[in-house]
Design a binder for this molecule. Structure first.
Ligand code: 6GU
Length: 242
């Protein structure tokens, strides 16, 4: 899968997304990260990419021309109008379900805004999806773009090893992961739960399932309402909600 990130800070994105698991995936050819520097496409003789907002107000607005020409070069490379995500706090809040949908695309273009925003006319022309990563304010779209690429890329076949994909279903069924322990058996006076040392896989699985459920109830009551539980589990746990 090809990710094209339109940004004023290509180094930031390039560096981060060629690290760790995504770096390996790029080496393997499972994904390719293309950081496109919007500034390379400005026709302004001083390489300017922003200007004052019509109607006044604080800050600067990213101009339509360099953004459009950067996008157009990607569209021409691909030979079609790609799905194009604008990262903005005004977008739909990103979820695992959206990550799964995006992962079906052959290519994805991500537009990172800066300053006070991007000229609305170019957004109307190229953007297919407006996406936010949560209800808080960031200085630019680069971190959100990296969050989205990470979440989408790990759904692409071949990106995760078998061992890594165990964690993949963490939010599957709207339940949180159970707690994990490794050596030593005792640390700081705290022992690993005895059942995990028992070698009884059925008991371990049952304990982990219970921990997932209890943890989701305590930490994410909003998720727990949507959790996929068996009828028996419903009867057992529903009444324990605060
Ligand atoms: Cl996608 N962009 C910016 N600038 N701030 C955000 C965001 C996006 N999502 C949450 N806050």
């Amino acid at each position: 899968m090809d990710f094209y990130i339109l940004t004023l800070f290509p180094d930031m994105v390039e560096q981060a997304l060629h690290t760790s698991i995504l770096g390996r995936a790029a080496q393997n050819g499972c994904i390719a990260i293309h950081a496109v520097n919007i500034r390379d496409y400005t026709l302004d003789k001083h390489k300017k990419v922003d200007d004052y907002p019509y109607g006044g107000g604080a800050g600067m607005v990213m101009q339509a021309q360099p953004v459009y020409d950067a996008w157009k070069s990607v569209a021409e490379t691909l030979g079609y109008r790609p799905r194009t995500v604008y990262l903005t706090p005004q977008g739909t809040v990103f979820h695992q379900a959206a990550a799964k949908q995006f992962a079906k695309e052959e290519a994805l273009v991500l537009l990172c805004g800066h300053y006070e925003g991007v000229d609305e006319r170019v957004l109307e022309e190229i953007v297919t999806d407006h996406v936010s990563i949560g209800d808080y304010v960031l200085t630019g779209g680069e971190l959100p773009a990296m969050v989205l690429v990470d979440a989408v890329a790990r759904m692409v076949p071949g990106v995760l090893t078998n061992a890594e994909s165990g964690q993949a279903e963490s939010l599957e069924g709207n339940l949180l992961e159970y707690p994990q322990y490794s050596r030593p058996e005792e640390w700081n006076g705290k022992k690993v739960p005895q059942i995990l040392l028992s070698g009884d896989h059925a008991k371990v699985d049952a304990w982990r399932r219970e921990q997932s459920i209890l943890r989701t109830m305590q930490r994410r009551p909003d998720l727990f309402e949507k959790a996929e539980l068996t009828q028996k589990e419903r009867e057992q746990y529903q009444c324990r909600l605060p």
